[in-house]
Design a protein around this ligand. Structure first.
Ligand code: E4P
Length: 217
């Protein structure tokens, strides 16, 4: 499973990249707003850190403006994936940009039918939002499973990019289901390394190192 980092925090992206944990980056208008930076400037900087797809989201709601915005965003770097919302205008933009050879990430997906439409419109990625479904007492992971089944039934190339991930458990469940990509905030990716028995085991080893005076260097 590929890991995308769901942030525009340059230091965090660089740090995770140095561990080999960054296969791409996702942003959205809220993430860009949180960065406090200009969308073009920060996105270009992110594209220089990773060769993987970097999602940059349009902000218009109508097809013509979305398409113009998408074309402008795509010029930032070769690894830009233009992110469009799952509306009819977004799907139309997806089809047009995909036909031009631009990667497209269709976002704000909350149903299997929406994912089916995105695949037919030629999306490179579909972004189902797990956490936001869980927030309203629906099962976000079940949606990932449903989309996996449907895409496999028909051999769609669109990659399932599990989004709105809130926990390390979401990451392992997505991997078990077979999501192609999971995008998560840096803190969630870091939390994947934690286990209480790892901490306990290491403390025991360190106590014995001290007791026996073991030295390697
Ligand atoms: C990424 O593509 C999505 O925009 C993001 O994962 C949404 O996460 P949130 O529901 O925590 O805002």
């Amino acid at each position: 499973m590929k890991f995308f980092v769901d942030t525009a925090d340059i230091d965090q992206i660089k740090e995770l990249h140095s561990y080999g944990m960054v296969d791409g980056v996702t942003t959205n208008p809220s993430i860009i707003a949180k960065s406090g930076r200009d969308i073009f400037e920060v996105t270009e900087e992110i594209c220089k850190i990773t060769d993987g797809p970097v999602s940059a989201e349009v902000v218009a709601l109508d097809f013509e403006t979305m398409l113009a915005e998408g074309r402008k965003l795509a010029k930032i770097a070769d690894n830009i994936a233009v992110k469009v919302p799952l509306t009819w205008a977004g799907l139309q933009t997806c089809k047009a940009l995909s036909d031009e050879g631009t990667m497209v990430n269709v976002t704000l997906c909350f149903s299997a039918n929406q994912a089916l439409l995105a695949a037919k419109a030629g999306a490179t990625f579909i972004s189902p939002f797990i956490g936001r479904l869980d927030d309203i007492n629906l099962d976000g992971l079940e949606l990932i499973e449903d989309i996996r089944t449907i895409y496999d039934n028909y051999g769609y190339d669109t990659q399932i990019l599990a989004a709105s991930i809130r926990s390390a458990n979401h990451m392992s469940e997505c991997a078990k289901i077979g999501a192609d990509v999971a995008t998560a905030p840096p803190a969630v990716i870091k939390a994947m390394a934690s286990h209480v028995l790892t901490d306990k085991g290491l403390a025991g080893f360190m106590a014995d190192v001290e007791k026996a005076g073991i030295k390697i260097l």
